[in-house]
Design a protein around this ligand. Structure first.
Ligand SMILES: NC(=O)c1ccc[n+]([C@@H]2O[C@H](COP(=O)([O-])OP(=O)(O)OC[C@H]3O[C@@H](n4cnc5c(N)ncnc54)[C@H](OP(=O)(O)O)[C@@H]3O)[C@@H](O)[C@H]2O)c1
Length: 299
């Protein structure tokens, strides 16, 4: 394959849109597919060099690389399987580059399915939220054959600031769960501490300013400031439903490999309860809203 490769991009959600835009802006011919077609049409109208496919099959058929940035494993299977799925448009030597947080089992499924069709699957989940996707500042955690990863490097670099090739297929998917476990632990801790400060009479916005100027000021704490301080009006960066999905993947992996993770269990339980309270479409920072709604004022 010679560069630039033709790219099929499947999944134009919060992260997928800026990632696909950066690929197109780097000069790769891009064909997009999104389950909700109007999203793909709006995106193509606003982005030079982008065409819309009617199905994953059509998008994959004309592409060298099929990039997926989808919610979860069921979404991945939905775009790959069936008569209109990407596998139906497959041919040997195509590469499947999955960049969503799909988890090790979904990644293994894709590697098998694509391998049986004569292709190669690379897992490359991303760290960094929408802003990092917009500025091509993502960190990529990559698993898969080294020669294929090298061949994809210009494409990977069009979306990212840092690339870690961690090993064979699945290594990226596993590393992403290790990173996200810290994200959700920090999110839970920030939520608890913010509500603790508020319950004790400290202004929410001021307490958060202190977080941002203290030893806990990780990038995630800074770029979620509006989500934590103005939960009613802030823009969702990562839906709580996706956080719970990740925590289920994390606890399942922990179970499989025998890693003790008591904190992750609590974080999952809290996320699930917050979703039961109707906060699933809100940003993951809504854990603080859930806790705030359960405070019991003392006289
Ligand atoms: N947001 C973040 O900060 C962030 C950061 C790092 C990693 N991630 C991970 O990246 C992935 C995408 O996240 P996101 O925030 O961009 O999600 P999102 O905004 O919810 O977008 C999800 C995408 O998946 C598609 N989809 C969902 N279910 C589907 C199905 N059954 N069949 C076909 N398509 C389906 C959606 O299509 P429709 O438009 O039709 O709904 C949409 O294109 C997730 O795995 C997430 O965990 C997110």
């Amino acid at each position: 394959m010679s560069n630039p490769k033709t790219v099929a991009f499947l999944g134009l959600g919060r992260m997928g849109r800026p990632m696909a835009a950066n690929i197109a802006n780097a000069g790769f011919p891009v064909v997009v597919y999104n389950r909700t077609r109007s999203t793909a049409e709006d995106f193509a109208a606003a982005t030079d060099g982008v065409k819309v496919a009617d199905s994953p099959r059509e998008a994959a058929a004309g592409a060298d690389v099929v990039v997926t940035m989808l919610a979860d494993e069921p979404a991945l299977r939905a775009v790959y399987e069936g008569p209109q799925g990407a596998l139906a448009g497959w041919s040997p030597h195509k590469v499947a580059l999955d960049m969503g947080t799909t988890g090790p089992a979904g990644t293994a499924w894709l590697a098998r399915a694509v391998g049986n069709a004569g292709g190669t699957a690379i897992d490359s989940p991303v760290s960094g939220a929408v802003k990092a996707a917009e500025t091509a500042g993502l960190t990529l955690m990559v698993g898969g054959a080294a020669d294929v990863v090298e061949d994809l490097r210009p494409l990977l670099e069009s979306m990212s600031a840092t690339i870690y090739h961690l090993g064979e297929s699945g290594a990226g998917a596993i590393m992403k769960l290790a990173v996200n476990n810290v994200i959700y632990a920090l999110g839970q801790a920030v939520s608890e501490s913010l509500v603790l400060a508020e319950c004790s009479g400290i202004d929410r916005a001021e307490a958060y300013e202190v977080f941002c100027d203290s030893a806990i000021a990780a990038p995630m704490v800074k770029y979620r400031q509006d989500n934590y301080t103005n939960p009613g009006t802030s823009i969702t960066q990562l839906a709580l439903t996706l956080a719970a999905k990740d925590l289920k993947l994390i606890t399942a992996l922990a179970d499989e490999v025998g890693a003790p993770m008591p904190q992750a269990m609590v974080n999952l339980d809290t996320a699930v309860r917050a979703i039961d309270d109707g906060l699933g479409d809100h940003d993951m920072a809504a854990v603080a809203v859930y806790l705030r709604n359960r405070t019991s004022p003392r006289s």
